[in-house]
Structures are given as structure tokens and as C-alpha cells.
Design a binder for this molecule. Structure first.
Ligand code: ZN
Length: 236
């Protein structure tokens, strides 16, 4: 692997607040940064259409970032929608299930995403994988846990005979601190870009603008985003 490739990163980039912040984090650190999005039939597919706007916005904020931003990849994984019956892929109400997980949980989603990402990174000669999973505010998704990611890093490195490093810059911070991280990385302009162009709403709604961005304002993702932004704004 060349030195340049070792300093390359692949960001799992959905177009949501967390992954947008991770993209800025990676652009701040790595010489070459590529992005990867997944289309699995999610109801909030509008998230995917936010990706290009965010990428272009970040490149225009910072010439150094523009020089580092590389290719964008999208992988269609319709199988995930076919095998899961969740509120993210079906037209059903978002509720809490018996096992204490919201029915937005797509079993194994992050395991699959990171495995696909590693396979792509392998082919591209990229060493660093960046994902916005988080244990702090998380909705109880077991595949967002630090131990899950660490175990997967070991499995991927053994299974592909590589030395991938899985980065989780948001693992131990809450949503307010995620907004603060964006502020630290790119100032008010980056916060405004992520607020206006990233998408979190599970229902895929972008017709109403709130002070924290667009969304239905009622689903768990909007609720978490609104509370985090209010907390961040109050602390400034
Ligand atoms: Zn919503």
C-alpha cells in the first residue's frame, strides 16, 4: 500500500447530520477522502439526494477540503429491505418493540454496511473507514456500540488480511456535542450547511423548516435532532 493510500479514508456517508459531521472530520484529517452511500429502499431516501449538496458545500467552504474530497460511491443493497420488516423500509408507525428496540432497527445494518465499505476500501487501497455510529444518544441499536465496531474491525482485518482502522468520532458524544464538533471544524458556515442540507427525519419529510433544519418534527430522529440543536444553541 502506498503512503498516500494509507492516508486515505472512506466515510460512510448517508447525508444525515452525523455522517455529514464525520465527512468534515475526515476532510480535516486525511489527505484523500471518498464517500459511500447505501440505497436499501429506506423511506427517507431523500437523505441520499442531500449527499451531493453536502459534498459540494463542504468543498466550497474550504479549498483544502476541496482538494482532498475524492470519489463518491453509492451501493444499492435492496436485499436489506427485502429481509427486514422495519419502520424504515415499510409504511408503518414508528414504535418501540418488545425487545426494547424501536422498530426502526434494521438488524445487522451497520455490520453489513461496514463490511461492504471494507470490501470497497480493499479494492480502492483505502485504510481508514469512518462511521458516525454513536453509543451516547443511540436508539438502542446494538450494532452502534463501541464493542460491536471494535469486534468488527478485528473480524474484517482477519477476514480480508488488511489493517483497516475503523474510526467513530461521534461514539462518546451527544447530538449537541456533534453540532459543536461541526462548529469547531468549519465554524458557523459548516453548522449552517449541515443544518440546512443534511437530513435526519425518518419519514423523509423536508417541507417544514425548523431552527434545527428540515423534517416532520415528530419522529424520533427529528426529536433527537431538535433537542440536540436546542442544547447546542443554548450553550453558545
Ligand atoms: Zn421526522
Amino acid at each position: 500500500m502506498t503512503a498516500a493510500a494509507a492516508d486515505s479514508a472512506l466515510v460512510l456517508f448517508s447525508g444525515g447530520q452525523d455522517s455529514a459531521t464525520c465527512l468534515a472530520w475526515a476532510l480535516d484529517r486525511f489527505a484523500h477522502v471518498e464517500t459511500l452511500g447505501f440505497d436499501y429502499g429506506q423511506r427517507h431516501a431523500v437523505e441520499l439526494s442531500c449527499r451531493d449538496t453536502l459534498r459540494r458545500g463542504m468543498a466550497s467552504l474550504n479549498p483544502e477540503w476541496a482538494g482532498r474530497l475524492g470519489e463518491d460511491h453509492t451501493l444499492a443493497v435492496p436485499t436489506l429491505g427485502a429481509i427486514s420488516q422495519t419502520a424504515l423500509t415499510r409504511e408503518v408507525e414508528i414504535t418501540m418493540g418488545e425487545e426494547g428496540l424501536p422498530n426502526t432497527f434494521v438488524p445487522g445494518r451497520n455490520l453489513l454496511f461496514l463490511t461492504f465499505a471494507a470490501a470497497l476500501a480493499y479494492r480502492r487501497g483505502i485504510r481508514h473507514l469512518v462511521t458516525g455510529v454513536c453509543e451516547t444518544d443511540y436508539s438502542g441499536y446494538p450494532d452502534c456500540r463501541d464493542d460491536t465496531i471494535k469486534a468488527l474491525q478485528v473480524a474484517l482485518n482477519l477476514g480480508m488480511e488488511r489493517r483497516f482502522v475503523l474510526h467513530t468520532p461521534l461514539m462518546w458524544i451527544d447530538k449537541a456535542a456533534t453540532w459543536q464538533l461541526a462548529q469547531d471544524l468549519g465554524g458557523d458556515a459548516l453548522v449552517a450547511l449541515i443544518r440546512d442540507e443534511s437530513h435526519s427525519c425518518y419519514l423523509g419529510l423536508r417541507d417544514t423548516r425548523h431552527d434545527w433544519g428540515y423534517g416532520c418534527g415528530r419522529c424520533p430522529a427529528c426529536d433527537l435532532r431538535a433537542k440536540g440543536f436546542a442544547h447546542y444553541a443554548a450553550g453558545r
